[in-house]
Structure formats: C-alpha cells, structure tokens
Design a protein around this ligand. Structure first.
Ligand code: SF4
Length: 616
C-alpha cells in the first residue's frame, strides 16, 4: 500500500495554512536567511509564527513528503475521477518524492473532482512538475494526455519515471509502411496501390501502435492528432473513443490549434497545384463576400472532379506519391470546407500574397466536437492561462459545462529563486509602428551593450524577420561574428547549432515556446520586441472591434512570459531576461491583474505600475 512518511516534530505556518499551501516543516529545519521578505508570501504577515518561518523551510518540508509509487499495470483497476481519493492520486505519483506544492495540488484536484467539478484549470510555472501531477490522474482512470508538440511527447517518453504510464500515438507521417519502408504510412502501399492490407494490425507500425493505444487505459498524443481524430468518428474502425479524463498540457494555445485546424486555406500547400493555378486569377480579385463564396464553390467543384479522376487512377494504375499527397490534401480541404458551409458563426477571410485564408472568428463552436466530447472530465494545465474566465469562455467550455462545474485552482508559486531569473529594464522607447524609426537605432545600441556584458550564450527574441534583419544589419562588426541567424527554412538546424555552441547569440523569430534552454545553453535572453498579435490579421482586428482589447494585451504578455520561461529550468539554473521594447512597461500596467505572482516578483520597480523608479 502507498505510504506517506510523516516527519516528527512538525510545526505549522499559520499564514501558509490560511492560504492553503504546504504549511508545516520540521522543527529546527534550516532557516532561510537570504529570502527577500517583501516578496515571500510566507513572510508577509506580521505574526510571531510567520516571522520565524522561512520560505525554504516550508519547501524543505514538502520535499520530505515521500510516497511509495505503485508500479502501474494496465490491468490495474480504473476509477472515475469523482471517486478518486487523495491516497490513490498520490499512490500513482510517478516519483518517490514530491516537489513543493505538488501534494497540495493533487489534493486540490481530487477535492475538485470529488465535489462534482468536471474541469480543473491548473496554472503553474516551469519547475513545478505539471506532467507528474497530471500523470497521477491519467494513471488511475481511462484517459488522454495531450500536448501541443511532438517534442514534448518524446520528452515524456524518455522520462524513466513515466515509463509504462502511457501508450503514445502520433500521426501517420511518423511511421514507415511495412511494405514500402522508405515511405511513411500516409503514402503507404495501401494508399498508392489501393493494396488491401489485411495484415496491417500485425505488420504496420502505425496500425499496431493505434491498436495498442485503443486498448490502453492512457493514451499520450498531440493536440493536432486529438483534433484530427475528433473528425473521424464514425468512419474509422480504430477510433480511440472517449475517455473519463482528458489532460491538456501547455493548454494556453488550444483555441489557436483548433482555429488552424478548421481554417479553409487556398494555398499551393493545401490544395493540388492544378486546382490552385485555376483559382489564382480569381483569388487575386476577390473583394466581396459574394466573390469569396463563388471562388470557394468553384474550388470545391474542381477538387471534386479531381477526386473522381484520382479514384479512377487508383483503381487502374495506382497513384504516384504526388497524386497520393493530392488526395490527402483534397480530403482535408473538403472536410474543413464542410465545416465552413455548415457553420452558424462569423468567419473572417483575408489574402496574404497569393494565398487565401478563411477562419472562424472564434473556435468555440467547433471545440465541443473536436476536443471536449472526447472526455467527461478535464485537467487543463499551463504556466500562462492568464485569464482563466476568458479562457473557459473562448474555448467553449462554458457551452458544455456549467460555471460551477469548473474549478480554477489558485496559481502555484515558483520555487526558482527570484535572483536567478531577473527581468532587467533596458528599454529605449516603444518599438511600435509609430516609434519604430526613432527607437530602433537606440534598440540596436542597447543590444550591443548587453552583448558586451553577456559573453555566454544569448537568445534575442525579434518577433519578426524584419526586426531580425534590421538588427543583424546594424550591429557592429565585432559582435556579428557571434550571431547565429536563422531563416524560415533552416530554423531547426540553426537552433541546434546555437544550442551546441558557447558564447553565441541566437537571433530568433518565434522561438518563445516549447524550448528547453537549460543551464549554459542560454545565459541571457533579450526581448527586442513585444510580440503583440498582428494588427494586419483581420481576425485580430475584428476581435478588437468587438472590444476584446484585454484579450489582445494578454496574448502579447503570454508570449513574453513564455519566452521568459525558456532559459531558467531548474532551481539552480540562472539567466537574465533583458527588455528593450518600451511598450512592455505599458503592457504590464494594462495586464497587471493577470500577471502571475512569480513573474511579478522578478520585475524591476520600473515595470511595476505606479512606481517612478527606473533602473539605470
Ligand atoms: S497499412 Fe499496410 S500497406 Fe498501409 S502503410 Fe501500413 S503496412 Fe503499408
């Protein structure tokens, strides 16, 4: 049986107990003398008990909570989330020791489900160990564990403590065809030669894995796979079905994921070349809703004709790889176009270059079908769900659950010492469109100064390729030798090169999420430009017209906080985060009530609203 070892001679912190965090520690535990009282939530009450209780001592106590993890077997009894006990939750915890706040978070989630909640929103910073807490729950009930990136799936599969907890499934492109091994399954013999692969569950790496996943109590998969599979119900023999629990990890972007999935795109990459070439002259002239509808109807007709032709070829000579890829594109396009035609919501359309994008303004109409119907209970976890109330509205959760069925847990504090992760003000004035010309030369000089101080590995977040180009072209010659600059085509190669080097500067665009730049991979980051959503995007513009200014600001702040979290990945890891764009100060002011406490405590006084102080 799992056992919680209690330490003798424990004393409690009244304040911590009051706010519900771990509140006891061993008598005589070392006192933290370097804790900044003004920032420590455990010290900020004027009571005798609290004045002697030290933050680190509380952490130390939590680390002493040891549980005996049970080895999970797939035939272990499964329970419904609402029937769970804390003991069961903790007994499936993947590690023998708990990090600070993990035990109380498990307790809170159990309590929420026990009291009839269907959804728990967990906001916790890097280092808290969300995946272990989440896994405690996916291991006791039939479940899905979904992450935004395949890299995160691989990271979890490499973790020895999570071994045996999931069966993972990825898209067909990730598995080779047994009969034609140099091709992936989406272009396998069954697709190109219409080969009736009756033995697929015995030989095909994808179908074997899919069957394993269908039978497994807990399935690890990407958001994209979950969403795509959500559309195949009824016409897939191996549908993974619905489960008791769905965990969405790093869930802050789930609405965007769904929007991208249901976007009707006329581009050279989304429909076959022939149909695209035919549509292009009309596409260039589309100005009105009527013209748009006409164009979309023409493309549909043209694709259906092509589909018929491809089917005939399949029956006679078989398909070339290109034809098989066309077939896949046609299928995907017609599926999303079907959603567009039957939708009751507002959609926005826009052309960029010679490409047309038609997207719903909000994804919530579709999220029930694509995501929420896959489970009865949900754990939504992320470091940056800044406004949970807006999140549950925009993702359509309020359309499937009542408000009182959703539990928003208190934000988990960071256990990383704040002095290891300072935000440093080097702002030069706003780099908005209006201030760009005046302030960009100053920004370049500020970056030069920082690079002369920071001799280790540095990442610069430029936000756009235009900013990247301007910066690189204007930096002084001696510093240019340290730069590693990527283009749209060699992003991953250049990233790898930088991560393996020392003393280099990675001049990056859109690398603020999903990166693990721990220890000397990254010693400092520079936020050149605040990544505000693109005002040229009609969807953004339309949302602003509807009064969603706070959503717009929160999106920008979310991206900044995500970038901030790339470089300090452990309690003894250190990195500085320099801010150059003067828009940041105003942004923080506008979003102050949504800023997580662990980020607030890293900000200099000059970024705190109402403060006149400014670092030099
Ligand atoms: S199902 Fe058979 S033919 Fe199709 S990709 Fe898999 S192994 Fe190849």
């Amino acid at each position: 049986m799992p056992r919680i070892i209690e330490e003798p001679d424990l004393v409690s912190c009244e304040y911590a107990a009051k706010i519900g965090w771990p509140s006891t520690f061993r008598l005589g535990a070392p006192i933290c003398t370097d804790c900044d009282r003004s920032r420590c939530r455990f010290h900020s009450v004027p009571s005798d008990a609290a004045s002697t209780l030290k933050h680190r001592a509380v952490i130390k106590r939590t680390v002493h909570n040891r549980v005996q993890p049970t080895r999970i077997r797939f035939n272990d009894p499964m329970v419904q989330p609402r029937e769970l006990t804390t003991r069961e939750g903790l007994s499936r915890f993947p590690s023998s020791s708990l990090r600070p706040y993990q035990k109380v978070t498990v307790e809170r989630i159990v309590e929420a489900f026990n009291s009839g909640k269907k959804c728990v929103v967990l906001t916790a910073p890097t280092g808290f160990g969300k995946s272990y807490v989440n896994t405690s729950f996916t291991s006791v009930t039939r479940s899905f564990y979904a992450t935004p990136q395949l890299a995160l799936i691989d990271q979890m599969l490499r973790d020895q403590s999570l071994k045996g907890r999931f069966v993972e499934i990825k898209g067909r492109r990730n598995y080779p065809c047994y009969h034609i091994p140099h091709r992936s399954v989406h272009l396998g013999k069954c697709v190109t030669e219409q080969y009736d692969c009756k033995e697929r569950f015995e030989v095909c790496p994808y179908w074997k894995q899919k069957r394993k996943a269908a039978e497994a109590p807990s399935v690890l998969l990407s958001f994209a796979y979950l969403v795509a599979e959500g559309q195949t119900e009824g016409h897939s023999e191996s549908y993974l079905g619905t489960r008791n629990l769905l965990v969405l990890d790093e869930a802050h972007n789930i609405e965007e994921e769904c929007l991208n999935h249901i976007s009707v795109n006329i581009t050279p990459f989304t429909i076959p070349h022939e149909a695209y070439s035919k549509a292009l002259p009309v596409l260039r002239k589309v100005r009105t809703e009527e013209q748009l509808k006409e164009l979309l109807a023409d493309v549909e007709a043209s694709l259906k004709t092509q589909l018929e032709q491809v089917r005939k070829i399949t029956e006679t000579t078989g398909l070339s790889v290109m034809q098989a890829e066309d077939l896949e594109r046609i299928g995907r396009y017609l599926e999303t176009y079907g959603l567009y035609k039957s939708s009751k919501s507002e959609w926005v359309w826009q052309t960029r270059g010679d490409q047309l994008f038609v997207q719903p303004l909000f994804a919530r109409e579709f999220m029930k079908e694509l995501i929420w119907k896959r489970a009865e209970h949900y754990i939504i976890s992320s470091a940056t769900i800044l406004n949970p109330q807006e999140y549950v509205e925009l993702t359509g959760l309020l359309d499937v659950l009542k408000e009182d069925e959703i539990s928003i847990l208190p934000q988990v504090p960071s256990t990383f010492p704040v002095e290891n992760r300072p935000v440093i003000d080097r702002t030069v004035g706003p780099l908005s469109r209006a201030g760009w010309e005046e302030n960009m030369p100053k920004a370049v000089r500020a970056v030069e100064e920082i690079l002369r101080e920071e001799t280790g590995n540095v990442a610069i977040h430029c936000h756009s390729y235009d900013n990247q180009e301007t910066l690189v072209n204007n930096l002084s010659e001696d510093l240019r030798q340290r730069l590693i600059v990527h283009t749209r085509r060699d992003r991953e190669e250049r990233l790898r090169e930088w991560m393996q080097s020392r003393g280099k500067v990675f001049v990056s665009v859109a690398f603020n999420e999903g990166q693990d730049w721990k220890y000397d991979v990254c010693d400092a980051q520079i936020l050149l430009k605040v990544p505000f959503p693109d005002l040229g995007d009609k969807r953004v513009k339309r949302r602003l017209e509807m009064g969603r200014q706070q959503w717009y600001d929160n999106q920008a702040l979310l991206e900044v906080i995500q970038a901030y979290g790339r470089a300090v990945r452990a309690e003894d890891d250190k990195a500085r985060f320099y801010v150059i764009d003067g828009s940041f100060q105003r942004l923080v002011g506008k979003c102050w009530k949504f800023v997580p406490d662990w980020f607030k405590e890293a900000l200099p006084a000059s970024f705190v609203p109402g403060s006149q102080t400014r670092e030099t």
